[in-house]
Design a protein around this ligand. Structure first.
Ligand SMILES: Nc1ncnc2c1ncn2[C@@H]1O[C@H](COP(=O)(O)OP(=O)(O)O)[C@@H](O)[C@H]1O
Ligand SMILES: NC(=O)OP(=O)(O)O
Length: 311
């Protein structure tokens, strides 16, 4: 039995249609493919992003903000998206398990991730959240939200960015381990986990969004997973992405791709964290990681698609 951590990108769950139904459908499609792991007898640990969803939720909060109905802060919005996306996965997985007559439980765990309050990320926001804006919309958006930092996101438009500190500890890990050992499928560290700072005995929520790729690598390392699979909206990792000479990477050592990380060849806030997280996992465990597209999950399982990174 292999232990496999699957991380799904928020942009892969939410494409053009931000409705709950469209996102549920994307999750259902993925789960239909993921069920193969369970049929193979593997132990699956699911984690997911929340960048688009948490940004959209913040906008909804701000639109409804009033004395009687105050806007929720970013850490609480992170928790809310863990709940909603976790529900979609749990529900879709339960349906597939029932269809296949597999007697297994699945549970979403509200997960807090401890970060360092002195993490430099708090000074330098890099995590894109919410919708993409056209260049022509920037002036209006900046007038509406003068406190936002906006950056261009991989040729897809402009997005708000927020601090994204590194995950240090996963508070609920001891419970997650027991759940994994019991053979239950956990959905953990949604949106990278709710960012909290330790103050004595208290864990205080902070305004940030942790990169789920780093949290996924952390979970995968802690449970000594046999494989880390990062599913996103692109078929694999490319050298020279978006340029005429772009080249997809199918199979690469952690050492070789580390050279390209050092040369800052991957985009911050999108492909860079995925590649870094994959390398981190490979170096810590000696086991392989794959980065590929959500819709190719079937071919990724059979080793025919995606970028495989190994020792
Ligand atoms: N070198 C690269 N190779 C492949 N995709 C890249 C690269 N650089 C930037 N990207 C962009 O990164 C996106 C994936 O990152 P992101 O949308 O943040 O993922 P998710 O939200 O699914 O976790 C791709 O769809 C692509 O537009
Ligand atoms: N929290 C997070 O990493 O979300 P995305 O995968 O949507 O970027």
């Amino acid at each position: 039995m292999a232990k496999i951590v699957v991380a799904l990108g928020g942009n892969a769950i939410l494409s053009n249609d931000a409705s709950a139904n469209a996102q549920k459908e994307a999750v259902q499609g993925t789960v239909k493919a993921l069920i193969k792991f369970i049929e193979n007898g593997d132990q699956l640990i699911i984690t997911h992003g929340n960048g688009p969803q948490v940004g959209n939720l913040l906008l909804q909060q701000q639109a409804a903000d009033s004395e009687k109905n105050p806007a929720m802060p970013l850490d609480t919005c992170g928790a809310m998206t863990q709940g909603s996306i976790g529900y979609w996965f749990q529900n879709a997985m339960q349906e597939q398990l029932a269809k296949k007559q597999i007697d297994k439980s699945v549970v979403s765990i509200v997960t807090q991730t401890i970060v360092d309050e002195n993490d430099q990320a708090f000074e330098q926001p890099t995590k894109p959240i919410g919708p993409f804006y056209k260049e022509s919309e920037l002036e209006q958006i900046t007038k509406l939200h003068p406190e936002w930092t906006l950056v261009e996101d991989s040729g897809r438009g402009y997005r708000r960015v927020v601090p994204s500190p590194q995950p240090l500890e996963i508070k609920e890990y001891p419970a997650i381990k027991q759940i994994v050992d019991a053979g239950i499928i956990p959905i953990v560290s949604g949106g990278g986990g709710i960012p909290v700072i330790r103050k004595g005995d208290q864990l205080i929520g902070t305004e940030a969004v942790i990169d789920k790729d780093f949290s996924a690598a952390k979970i995968a390392e802690l449970i000594n997973a046999d494989q880390l699979i990062i599913l996103t909206s692109v078929g694999g990792v490319f050298y020279n992405y978006g340029k005429a000479n772009q080249e997809e990477i199918f199979d690469v050592t952690a050492e070789e791709i580390q050279g390209h990380i050092d040369a800052k060849e991957f985009a911050a806030g999108s492909m860079m964290p995925k590649v870094k997280a994959a390398v981190q996992f490979v170096q810590k465990t000696g086991n392989p990681a794959v980065i590929g597209a959500l819709e190719d999950v079937q071919d990724i399982i059979s080793g025919n698609k995606g970028t495989a990174i190994h020792q």
